[in-house]
Design a protein around this ligand. Structure first.
Ligand SMILES: [Zn+2]
Length: 143
């Protein structure tokens, strides 16, 4: 899987969903008891996972999607064509995660429950009229 301007194939969507499902086991969610896993596809074809990490100071908790994206960025990846997310039921990413996805060029979001066929969404449909680097007079950072 490389750059996915096109819609991910069923096999590609399943691979990201399965990686996100596997990452759920590492979730630290003692307060919500809602473990979530995420998997980011990099432009170079690598899959990097994350999980939600909560904190007793609730506001410091981070979603699985942002944990995975931040991890990918910290490993040197700047363009992330797709993100998969998995929870005990198919759950859409929150607004904060959608905004962070926008920053790093996510085009497709794969949403999965514990099993079954994942759903594929275009980020453009989930985050209409987004704010982005170009609004600050900057070009998007690409790698
Ligand atoms: Zn979120």
């Amino acid at each position: 899987m490389r750059r996915l301007r096109r819609r991910p194939s069923a096999a590609e969507a399943r691979a990201l969903a399965d990686a996100a499902r596997a990452a759920r086991r590492w979730a630290y969610a003692p307060y919500s008891r809602f473990p979530v896993g995420a998997a980011v596809l990099t432009a170079s074809g690598k899959i990097i996972t994350g999980c939600n990490i909560e904190n007793a100071s609730y506001g410091l908790s981070i979603c699985a999607e942002r944990a995975a994206i931040h991890r990918a960025v910290a490993e040197g990846h700047r363009r992330l064509p797709a993100v998969g997310v998995a929870a005990r039921e198919a759950t859409m990413p929150c607004g904060a995660c959608r905004q962070v996805m926008r920053e790093f060029g996510v085009e497709h979001v794969i949403v999965a429950g514990p099993r079954g066929t994942p759903r594929v969404f275009r980020l453009a449909d989930l985050l209409g009229h987004p704010f982005g680097p170009e609004d600050l007079g900057r070009r998007k950072s690409r790698r």
